[in-house]
Design a protein around this ligand. Structure first.
Ligand code: ZN
Length: 119
């Protein structure tokens, strides 16, 4: 779901905002569209505490990426360094996505006003 951006400004203000967004737009090589999920789990040992009401093992961090309906890429991030990299890369992607979304909403509004997209 997209965040709704304010497109009620004057056409001049929208064009200014568009220029600003474009000047800020930066594609990080580490961009990643995914989520990080935290899981606790039980192990296979029958006499382990996790099988007898004790604490489960974890947290374990999984990277999940929805590729298509019912098709999810999911794997364990074993090290703290991997988890940190994933968090940063996910945030880069999110920021880029948000900037593109605002740009897109401004362009839609310019078209609605029957303005040229350029200039
Ligand atoms: Zn266990």
């Amino acid at each position: 779901m997209a965040r709704i951006h304010d497109t009620t400004k004057s056409t001049l203000a929208l064009r200014k905002r568009k220029r600003f967004l474009l000047s800020q737009l930066q594609i990080s090589p580490d961009s990643l569209r995914a989520s990080l999920v935290e899981r606790f789990s039980r192990c296979g040992k029958t006499n382990c505490r996790c099988r007898h009401g004790g604490q489960k093992h974890g947290p374990f961090y999984y990277l999940t990426q929805c590729l298509a309906v019912g098709q999810v890429n999911k794997f364990l991030l074993k090290s703290g360094a991997q988890q940190q990299s994933a968090r940063a890369a996910i945030e880069h992607y999110r920021q880029l996505q948000e900037q593109l979304e605002e740009l897109s909403q401004i362009n839609a509004e310019l078209l609605r006003r029957e303005e040229d997209l350029q200039s």
